[in-house]
Design a protein around this ligand. Structure first.
Ligand code: HEC
Length: 96
């Protein structure tokens, strides 16, 4: 019985760590639920959390986003339409 308790304990800890590095789809959706749905939001959620954690729209000014998206669009392999949609999304909620 003691071993079982320990096993449960260890698996909970491991599960906790795994969750930290890879948020579930539900957690990601919750993080983005206060933005209204748009093409740009969908692309952002799909492409912009791959190499680093999401840098959310309100963490940068609109001006800064223009520069950042210019740099990140090729990294995320966005075409011109996708780039424009993502830029519109982040600028809509940008820091003022
Ligand atoms: C292929 C990997 C990759 C993808 C995909 C990617 N990024 Fe990045 N991003 C990086 C790296 C590497 C850095 C840090 C080095 C740098 O600033 O160039 C970075 C830095 C950033 C920064 C900080 C830059 C600053 O000067 O403040 C922001 C904001 C950012 N990325 C947003 C995005 C957004 C938005 C997307 C989706 C369009 C995206 N990233 C997709 C690799 C990526």
């Amino acid at each position: 019985m003691k071993t079982l308790g320990l096993m449960v304990c260890i698996s909970l800890v491991l599960w906790g760590c795994a969750r930290k590095t890879a948020p579930t789809a539900a957690e990601t959706a919750a993080k983005f639920s206060h933005y209204s749905d748009s093409e740009g939001k969908t692309i952002f959620m799909e492409k912009c959390g791959r190499c680093h954690k999401y840098r959310l729209p309100e963490t940068r000014t609109a001006d800064k986003w223009t520069k950042v998206i210019d740099k990140m669009a090729p990294k995320a392999k966005l075409n011109d339409d996708q780039k424009e949609a993502v830029l519109a999304f982040v600028q809509q909620y940008a820091k003022s």
